[in-house]
Ligand binder design. Structure first.
Ligand code: SF4
Ligand code: SF4
Length: 341
């Protein structure tokens, strides 16, 4: 899907500013830089020649197909994010099952710019981003007619749900803008708010990232607060719960081929003991490499502790011998949790 919007400043920048002021950004302090703030407020601060913005939505694997342990909503207690999980299977957010979008999408965006330049017969000022730039992509997508921002903070399209990456191309040419998406189709539904295990969905359609499992398992680099570990269930990279319960995701589109699952599934608790070489080999092309091995093993130790399966204690005891203190402390926590059952 694609839509076009103008280069006008963002109308709801105040929502972002308020979110920052309330410290809902956790440790993502790069968001605070003055340059990043001014650029987020006004696309022309990024590209002064910008006249139009092309916004794209590229689908990743649907979230509600029950493919990984725990995604089976009939068995899994979504709200409490508690067992029964399917034995030793662990969960990874759908968007992370395929190739790393940071590697794949820029090439596709560049190909679009090349195509436009070829058609026009001249170079045009441009800049493109996908989740990587100082840009409020969901508001731009709404303005480009691609959907509304749901209560779970995701951009939702009535014909495709929310399981897609957003990408933006700022262009120094005039394109006719699409009509902004002005209706809200969440209505009285509150399923995402009710299902979120950490209650981090805020009333203004933003999240308290510092408590969101997606943030904790990926962006948060150090120890995870003990009072949040239990609520993480068996999610080891990201969390799909607020998308799994969203009724609009029954319209999710099949994944672009780059984002079909490439990692061997199911992911098992034995991944706790991946050594650096094996970790790098397995996740070389995957966004999972962003957690680094220490973050990945930390998350798995927490999931094992939550699963409370005594069969996993020997794995945890081996992880206690790891050189990385972060892995040791979380493995110790998990052993205590299993033994205190
Ligand atoms: S990703 Fe998970 S923890 Fe974060 S808001 Fe959605 S349900 Fe809550
Ligand atoms: S679950 Fe319901 S309230 Fe939440 S985003 Fe989807 S439609 Fe909106």
């Amino acid at each position: 899907m694609a839509g076009v919007t103008s280069s006008e400043p963002l109308q709801n920048f105040n929502v972002f500013q308020d979110w920052i002021n309330k410290n809902y950004h956790g440790e993502m302090n790069y968001l605070l830089a003055e340059r990043s703030m001014t650029r987020r407020a006004d696309p022309k601060q990024i590209l002064p020649e910008c006249k139009s913005i092309l916004v794209l939505a590229i689908p990743y694997a649907p979230v509600s197909d029950g493919r990984v342990g725990g995604a089976d909503k009939n068995q899994h207690n979504l709200k409490e994010n508690k067992p029964p999980y399917r034995d030793n299977e662990l969960q990874i957010a759908s968007y992370a099952l395929g190739d790393d979008y940071h590697d794949v999408l820029p090439q596709k965006l560049k190909a679009i710019v090349d195509f436009i330049e070829e058609q026009l017969g001249e170079k045009i000022p441009n800049r493109y981003y996908t989740d990587s730039g100082p840009i409020l992509e969901r508001e731009l997508a709404q303005r480009a007619g691609l959907g509304w921002i749901g209560k779970n903070s995701m951009l939702i399209n009535p014909k495709a749900g929310s399981t897609f990456f957003l990408a933006e191309i700022l262009l120094g040419i005039e394109l006719e803008p699409d009509e902004s998406f002005s209706t809200d189709h969440c209505g009285t539904c509150n399923r995402c708010i009710t299902a979120c295990p950490t209650n981090c969905i805020l009333p203004d359609r933003t999240l308290d990232s510092s408590r969101c499992i997606s943030y904790l398992t990926i962006e948060h680099k150090n120890e995870i607060a003990e009072n949040l570990r239990e609520q993480m269930g068996n999610w080891i990279f990201g969390c799909d719960i607020c998308q799994q319960v969203c009724p609009w995701n029954r319209f999710a589109q099949p994944a672009d081929s780059a984002f079909e699952s490439k990692i061997p599934l199911p992911v098992l608790t034995s991944d706790l003991l991946l050594d650096p070489v094996a970790f790098n080999q397995r996740f070389k092309k995957s966004p999972i490499k962003r957690t680094k091995r220490r973050g990945y093993a930390r998350n798995i130790a927490i999931a094992i502790g939550n699963n409370k399966n005594k069969k996993d204690v020997p794995l945890l005891e081996q992880a206690m011998q790891d050189d990385e203190p972060l892995i040791q402390t979380h493995a110790k926590w998990a052993i205590d949790k299993i033994n205190n059952e």
